[in-house]
Design a protein around this ligand. Sequence first.
Ligand code: IMP
Ligand code: MG
Length: 178
Amino acid sequence: MHPDVKEILFDEQQIAERVAQLGAQISRDYAGEELLVVCVLNGAMPFTADLLRKLEGSILVDTIIASSYGSGTVSSGEVKISKDLKIDVAGRHVLLVDDVFDTGLTMSLLVDNIKGRDPKSVKSCVFLDKPSRRRVSYMPDYVGYEIPDAFVIGYGLDYNEHYRELPYVGIIRPEAVK
Ligand code: IMP
Ligand code: MG
């Protein structure tokens, strides 16, 4: 285990099991339909890569980089897209994939942004859900695991861009937080 990790929440096997379940569920839900899977960079990289390999059907993949800012409510929040999609979402089923749903601002604003581009549908899938800090009423359509209010790293999740490479999700040691 990495010395900066206090406790492992989900190990490689638990992650693989849950991702396989999500992949099966998503494949069933979109059976017979083409699906555009959007990886929200950088955090969702490992999760999206694993999830993709559990999807069956006609799948397209693209990436987006988004960050939310602004305060309080969704209506006052703004999403800044620093790297946009290459594939046209108009008339397509879109599934946004992110690492963690925390306040929910990033995903809910991103969903609204994509909805404005005339897609056939927009849904979201997050590996982790941290309900304790929620600031929006929007809920993701697919959730891997719900976690308590702790700062977690690994499986794409970073602290100052570090630890994304860890194959498990763990709680960071307070001493490692500077
Ligand atoms: P939200 O807009 O508050 O839902 O924030 C989502 C983003 O915050 C995620 O994509 C992560 O980049 C980051 N984030 C929130 N909680 C954590 C955490 O526990 N560890 C690492 N990044 C986190
Ligand atoms: Mg992130």
